[in-house]
Structure formats: C-alpha cells, structure tokens
Write a protein that binds this ligand. Structure first.
Ligand code: NAP
Length: 311
C-alpha cells in the first residue's frame, strides 16, 4: 500500500544539498536512499551534474496540481552508481524518471522496450512503467520542435547547423527532419569519430563557417554555457557574426540567456532558449507517466516564480 501524502511535503525533513542561483535541490544517490522519500512513490531526474535542473520544480508543480501523492527529485548520479540505479528502477515506489546529461545514450539498454522514436535516435530521456515493463522514450523531439513551429516557412528546405553530437543532438536531428529542413550539418570536436554514428555531414570547429551563409538555424546542443562553463562560448566569439539575422537556438535553459544567445541577439538574430523545450519535453513525459494533460499554465507560473525568486 502506498502511503498517503502529497509530494511537496517530502522535501521538508531531508538532508539535501541546496545549490545557489537558479538551481533546485539535488540529492546524491546515497542521500536519497537514506531519506524517507525513497520509501514513498517517486519520480526522479538522474544526471551528472544535475543541480541546474528545473525538472523538479516543473514536475512537482504538475503533481501537486492534480494532488497526486508522489514526489519528484533530482539525483546527482555518479557514473559508478549506474548499476545500482538500474536496480532501483524495479523498486516498488519508483514510478518513472527523466534522464539527462550524460546518460541518455548510456542507459539505452536498460528498458525492456523502447519507443520507436527512441530506438531510432539511440537516446532516451524518459523511463516509464507500462504494465510492469520499463519503457524508454525520447520526449526531447517533441519539446525541441514546439518553439520552431513559429518559423516553419524559414526552415523549409533551409539548412541547419547543430553543434554537439550527443543525446540531445540526436533528438534535434531527428526532429529537424520532420520539419522538412533541406540539410543538416553537425559540428563535432571529433568529426571522424562522430561520422561513424550518423549519416549526416559532420565537420569540425574550423570548418562549419564554410556552411554558415546559407544556414537558417544554428543550434547549440553542447553543454557549453551552463554550470561551470556559464559565460563561455562553444565557438570563437568572432564567428558569431556569421549568425546575424538567423535563428539561434540554445538548448540550455539555465541560465535563460547564455553568452551565445546574448551575442546573437545583439546581432539581430532570432533567439530561442531551452525553456520552452524543457516545458514541452516535460509535458510529454508527464502525460506518458500519468495519462493526464500537463498543466502548462500552472507549471509556467511556478517556473517564473522560481526564476524571479532565485535571480
Ligand atoms: P551529451 O550527451 O553529454 O552531449 C553533448 C555533446 O556536446 C557531446 O556529445 C559533445 O559532442 C559536445 N560537447 C561535450 N562537451 C563539450 C565541450 N567541452 N566543448 C564542446 N563540445 C562539447 O549532452 P546532451 O544530453 O546531448 O545535452 C546537451 C545540452 O542540451 C545540455 O546543455 C543539456 O542541458 C541541453 N538539453 C536541454 C534540454 C531542454 O529541455 N531544454 C533537453 C535536452 C538537453 P562532440 O564530442 O561531438 O563534440
């Protein structure tokens, strides 16, 4: 029998690591296992680092909106703890989870089944329980596309340059193909290695400039600009001028305005940060877990209040 109390109460009595800035509470896996929370119905997001994640704010707001008796926590999972985490996924109180950097590809083999999108991409960001089976999904595809719907005409038959070749980049490429984009160029620190895992054109950081003129959309799918690299750029600063007037999309949402978007905006680019993607990928995960529509307005209000209280 599952105990009866609302998720937000979970956070009150725990010993947790609270980080500054926009960050939410993050638990180590050890802290979590020793906490009362581990013995209550729970969802989680696992990653490393994880303190930047706003998923707990967002999903707890949605769970509370429906008065669901479950908590949502962020767990800073060290690579050596992956086997223990995998075992945890069959725990009675485990209801599902999100997976973030750097585990989206590493945990692909864990679920019993994969949604066809996730299988195609080779990366998962959501684990859900479906009739006792663990199923892996990728909701980043849906989340990424929502803000681009405003620019369909500009993208049709155009070119996109995507920086980074990790889990999020794979979802971005898959999603972009659904928009009818003409060509996708990937930029990698190790293009030779990346070419083995994608049919797309992959170039290095000294070559993408050749493709920039005819490009409609630039996407940052690297982690550069968040956490300890806040304020940094993934390209040379002088190359930003190649993005003048184009669409510049940074998947990072914390901070809301990365150095990339700040400089691109100063040049008159259309800029999109990762917040809308975060909300929409979260909405899909929530719907998969609970079968309920995500209360977007309430979640957005909660996130806005969180940003205002932590800036
Ligand atoms: P990931 O799997 O670790 O991949 C990131 C890729 O970026 C790597 O494969 C690497 O590609 C490149 N990279 C890594 N470190 C780098 C460095 N120091 N300098 C330059 N390039 C580097 O991470 P991910 O899960 O794809 O996430 C990428 C970013 O998207 C993160 O910032 C994450 O927070 C964000 N994201 C946001 C949302 C959202 O909802 N807004 C959703 C998903 C992800 P190469 O080795 O080929 O260079």
């Amino acid at each position: 029998m599952r105990p009866d109390f609302p998720g937000r109460i979970f956070f009150v009595n725990l010993s947790v690591s609270v980080h500054s800035g926009l960050n939410t509470m993050a638990y180590t896996f050890e802290e979590f296992k020793q906490s009362v929370l581990a013995q209550k119905p729970h969802y989680m997001v696992v990653g490393h680092p994880i303190s930047h994640s706003l998923s707990p704010v967002m999903h707890q707001a949605a769970l509370d909106f429906y008065k669901m008796k479950a908590g949502y926590i962020a767990i800073d999972l060290y690579p050596g703890q992956l086997p223990e985490f995998i075992t945890w996924c069959s725990h009675d109180h485990f209801l599902g989870c999100n997976i973030t950097i750097p585990y989206k590809q590493q945990l692909l083999a864990v679920p019993d089944d994969l949604h066809p999108d996730a299988e195609q991409i080779g990366a998962i960001n959501t684990l859900a329980i479906d009739e006792f089976k663990l199923v892996g999904h990728n909701t980043d595809i849906y989340g990424f596309l929502q803000p681009l719907k405003r620019y369909t005409k500009r993208l049709e038959q155009g070119r996109a340059i995507v920086f980074g070749t990790g889990g999020a980049s794979k979802a971005v490429v898959y999603a972009l193909k659904k928009t009818g984009i003409g060509e996708i160029i990937l930029v990698s620190r190790k293009p030779e290695r990346a070419r083995n895992s994608t049919p797309e054109t992959v170039v290095g950081y000294s070559q993408w400039q050749e493709y920039a003129d005819e490009t409609a959309l630039f996407v940052n799918a690297t982690p550069i600009g968040m956490s300890e690299t806040k304020g940094q750029l993934f390209i040379n600063e002088e190359d930003i001028k190649r993005m003048e007037g184009k669409i510049c999309y940074d998947l990072i949402y914390n901070p809301l305005q990365t150095q990339f978007l700040k400089l691109a905006k100063e040049l008159g680019a259309i800029t999109i940060n990762g917040l809308e993607m975060l909300i929409h990928q979260g909405s899909k995960s929530f719907e998969i877990w609970t079968g309920k529509p995500f209360p977007i307005d309430q979640v957005t209000q909660k996130l806005t209040a969180h940003f205002e209280s932590t800036i």
